[in-house]
Structure formats: C-alpha cells, structure tokens
Design a protein around this ligand. Structure first.
Ligand code: PEP
Length: 253
C-alpha cells in the first residue's frame, strides 16, 4: 500500500537556532505519539545537518527544498544532491511552484535534478499544479499532465516508484484559499490515472500523491479522507510544532 505522508516545507524561514528549536519542539510533541503517517520536514540547506542529527529519525524524516541540476563543480551558490544526502536528509522537494515562477525552473532542469536526487538515494517530492488563470480556464488537468510527462516520463517505472508527487494548486499556496475536498480528490484521481497510463496500475496505486495549498489542522482531516489524497505538503502550518502536529493528526481515526 502507498505511504501516507505529511511533509513540512519551511521555505526561507527560521535562523539556524530557530530551526533547531522548531525541530526539537516537533521531536518533543511527537515523542509519545505514533503518527498514522510518515512525517517529514524540509528545511533550508543551512539547517539540514543539525536538524537531521537531532530528530528521532524513526519518526521524522528530513529533506531539502531543492538541489542543483549538476553533480558538482564550479556552480557558485548551488548545493548538490550528494551534499544534501551527506547531511542525513532523505528527501528533496523538486519543482515547487515558487522555484518554477521566481527562479525559472523548467521541466528540463527538473529532469536532471530528479535523476541526481535518485542517484543519491533521495526521495524527490515532485510538485505540480496550475495557476489561477489555468484553473479558471479549466486547464488544470492538461497542466499537471504536461508537468508530469515533461519531467518524469523518461524515468523507468522502477525509478518513478521512488518519487512522491505533490499536487499544489498555485492559487492555494500561502493564500488561505484551499482547494475543496472534491476538487482535490478529482484532480488527484486524474493524476493517478496519468501515472497509470504511463507506468501501469501497480505503480500508480503505490504512488503517494500529497495535497499542498493552505492545508492546516482545521481542513487536513477532510482533505486526507479522500481516497486519492495520501497526505500533505504543508507550508505555513509547518512553522509551529503544535500547528504541524494538528495536520499530522488529520490521519487520526
Ligand atoms: C507549500 O509551500 O508547499 C505550501 C503548500 O504552502 P502553504 O501551506 O503555506 O500554502
């Protein structure tokens, strides 16, 4: 069965000291809990090694928010997948809409990033999602299909199975607007059908597809109750341990 996952995306928030405090708070709040899902926190690069060494790795996985599209060399300011993996991190968010829109990330560069992440045994959390005008024009299905096919269809079914997908309607990220539970289920089901058509039903059935976009404690349970929503990628509500715990509790019976 596919994994249920709640992954936090801290984005560019928290100094190193604040990040360590937040990771410690999360560790403490989960100490006597057995979450019904995998829990991941994706921190800035600067925090990775410290956070990976302090969290209870049986309960909390650590990930980066990006990695370079090159393996190593003269690429000032970049951080490679191998460097990310060397911190103890196990995940990397790739193709987040903020990277696509503010830093010109394309499907071509994402292809290389995915390949390098997989070579370094990182699990990519690969983000897809439409902007508001595309949703208003009812183009969301063709947008997500293009994002998946352009960056991921060169993978073998075996490699594709190592990825997690995150559907994040851009109009819902950080805006307080959430896709309705019905909208989320409808497009997650469609995304799974795109994966099935290319890689087969078994790969599609085992693929975790997370929802992201203003997901929080108050709406997580309803969103996660959908059969094709396998968890969440959480921005704002991952920045306080209690808030993030509230989202994780969305999987409680
Ligand atoms: C995100 O950045 O991936 C995200 C979903 O952010 P927020 O939860 O703040 O909308």
């Amino acid at each position: 069965m596919r994994k249920k996952i709640v992954a936090g995306n801290w984005k560019m928030n928290n100094t190193l000291q604040e990040g360590i405090t937040l990771a410690k708070d999360l560790n403490a709040i989960l100490a006597n809990e057995t979450p019904n899902c995998d829990v991941v926190i994706c921190t800035p690069f600067i925090h990775l090694a410290s956070v990976a060494s302090l969290v209870d790795s049986a309960k909390i996985g650590v990930g980066a928010q990006d990695c370079a599209d090159k393996a190593s060399g003269a690429y000032t300011g970049e951080t490679s997948a191998a460097m990310v993996a060397s911190t103890g991190a196990k995940y990397v968010i790739l193709g987040h809409s903020e990277r696509r829109s503010y830093y010109g990330e394309t499907s071509e560069t994402l292809k290389d990033k995915v390949k390098l992440a997989l070579e370094n045994k990182l699990t990519p959390i690969f983000c897809i999602g439409e902007v508001l005008e595309e949703r208003e024009a009812n183009k969301q299905n063709e947008v997500v299909k293009a994002q998946i096919s352009e960056a991921l269809f060169d993978l073998s079914p075996e490699d594709f199975s190592k990825l997690v997908l995150a559907y994040e309607p851009v109009w819902a990220i950080g805006t307080g607007k959430t896709a309705s539970s019905e909208q989320a289920q409808e497009i997650h089901k469609y995304i799974r059908s795109v994966v099935a058509d290319k890689f087969g039903k078994e790969v599609a059935d085992n693929c975790s597809i997370l929802y992201g976009g203003s997901c929080k404690a108050s709406n997580a349970k309803e969103l996660f109750a959908n059969p094709d929503v396998d968890g969440g990628l959480i921005g704002g509500a991952s920045l306080k341990a209690e808030d993030f715990k509230g989202v994780i509790d969305g999987f409680k019976a």
